[in-house]
Ligand binder design. Structure first.
Ligand code: NCD
Ligand code: ZN
Length: 348
């Protein structure tokens, strides 16, 4: 069996920097035409100038004969000015601004400590049509980790959409039924991304036969009923939901640790993993719009030309990939996948 799709895009990707970026970027370039690149480097990419420098480094690290367009983002802080937002828009290379609640996840220390501090930036974004990408988890240690997304929606996101009703918002890596319901019930300027791993795994995967650090990510995997809600959203055909892998490379030593880092690496087999999830749901016919149309339409970018082919053909995922002198353990390491991406990336 073969599936031919218009070239897809990844609307949420971590590429890191330097040698680590050079090690992983080829995987995404082989799968996707474009990707929204997360700004949670150290230091955080809080200015347009820093985002544009990073873009140049990504382009320089691309393997020969790949065509891949990094779509840059700014890291929102308590001090992001309206002028910085205008500069971002004028650059034409910065396509969104990322809100990390301070301390919520990897390299989120410089994130937002109180949403009120960001109103000048958010008002400018609303006026300019620049989307806000949200890591939707409260950091309140009183709140159970499995409830942090639902509580963020209630305490922060719902009031924000009342205050700034025309602001374009993407609820990133939705993990709960409440997240799906919030996006579904909102106006068209509110959308959401879904990862392959949250479509395929529930929280049992964290503890299958022992502690599984390579299945730890943020927001953390949830109960099966939530996975079902995500799968329904992804395969519903609704233009509000689109593909964002959240592929987040960490060296093996940082994952297999007494205090392991959050993040799954899925860029090596992104479309294969999504195809598996859609096939399980009996909805392979919905994969193309989810992967290749809805995101571009939301961001106001043209849909891609050119095609990819996915073939039903078993292959074994390597145990590790090299990562700047260390090892990277990918999702499904050493296991067999049933779909294979056949068409190499090529220019439009
Ligand atoms: C991401 C990372 O490692 O940068 N980790 C993750 O678990 N998803 C950060 C993030 O998106 O939360
Ligand atoms: Zn992420």
């Amino acid at each position: 069996m073969r599936l031919t799709l218009k070239r897809p895009d990844d609307w949420h990707l971590h590429l890191r920097d330097g040698a680590a970026m050079a090690a992983v970027v080829g995987h995404s370039a082989a799968q996707f035409a474009r990707a929204i690149i997360m700004p949670n480097l150290k230091p955080a990419l809080a200015t347009t100038a820093a985002a544009l420098d990073y873009r140049r480094r990504i382009l320089a690290a691309l393997p020969a004969d790949t065509a891949f367009e990094p779509l840059m983002t700014l890291y929102l802080t308590d001090n992001t000015s309206a002028a910085e937002i205008h500069a971002a828009r004028e650059s034409a290379q910065v396509h969104a601004v990322k809100l990390y609640p301070a301390g919520a996840t990897t390299n989120a220390d410089a994130g937002v400590s109180a949403i009120e501090n960001t109103y000048p930036a958010l008002e400018a974004m609303q006026a300019l049509g620049l989307p806000l990408l949200v890591h939707a988890e409260v950091t309140d240690p009183q709140v159970d980790i499995f409830d942090r997304e639902a509580v963020f929606i209630e305490r922060i996101l719902a009031p924000l959409t009342q205050r700034l009703p025309a602001l374009k918002i993407v609820l990133e890596h939705i993990t709960t039924r409440q997240g799906v319901e919030f996006v579904s019930a909102s106006a068209d300027n509110i959308a959401g991304t879904l990862t392959a791993h949250h479509l395929l795994l529930n929280r049992n995967a964290l503890f299958a036969g022992g502690l599984r650090p390579h299945h730890y990510c943020l927001p953390v995997l949830k109960r099966e009923q939530h996975r079902q809600a995500l799968l329904e959203a992804a395969t519903s055909g609704s233009a509000k939901f689109f593909l964002g892998t959240d592929s987040a490379p960490h060296p093996r030593s940082a994952k297999e640790s007494a205090c392991g880092c959050a993040g799954l690496y899925t860029a090596h087999a992104a479309m294969e993993l999504y195809a598996e999830a859609f096939e399980q749901a009996g909805a392979l016919d919905k994969l193309e719009a989810f992967a290749s149309f809805h995101g571009a339409d939301f961001y106001g970018l043209p849909r891609n030309q050119g095609e990819i082919v996915l073939e039903k053909s078993a292959w074994q995922v390597p145990d590790t990939y090299p990562l700047a002198g260390e090892e990277l353990v990918p999702m499904r390491a050493g296991e067999t996948l049933s779909w294979k991406l056949r068409t190499p990336a090529h220019a439009d």
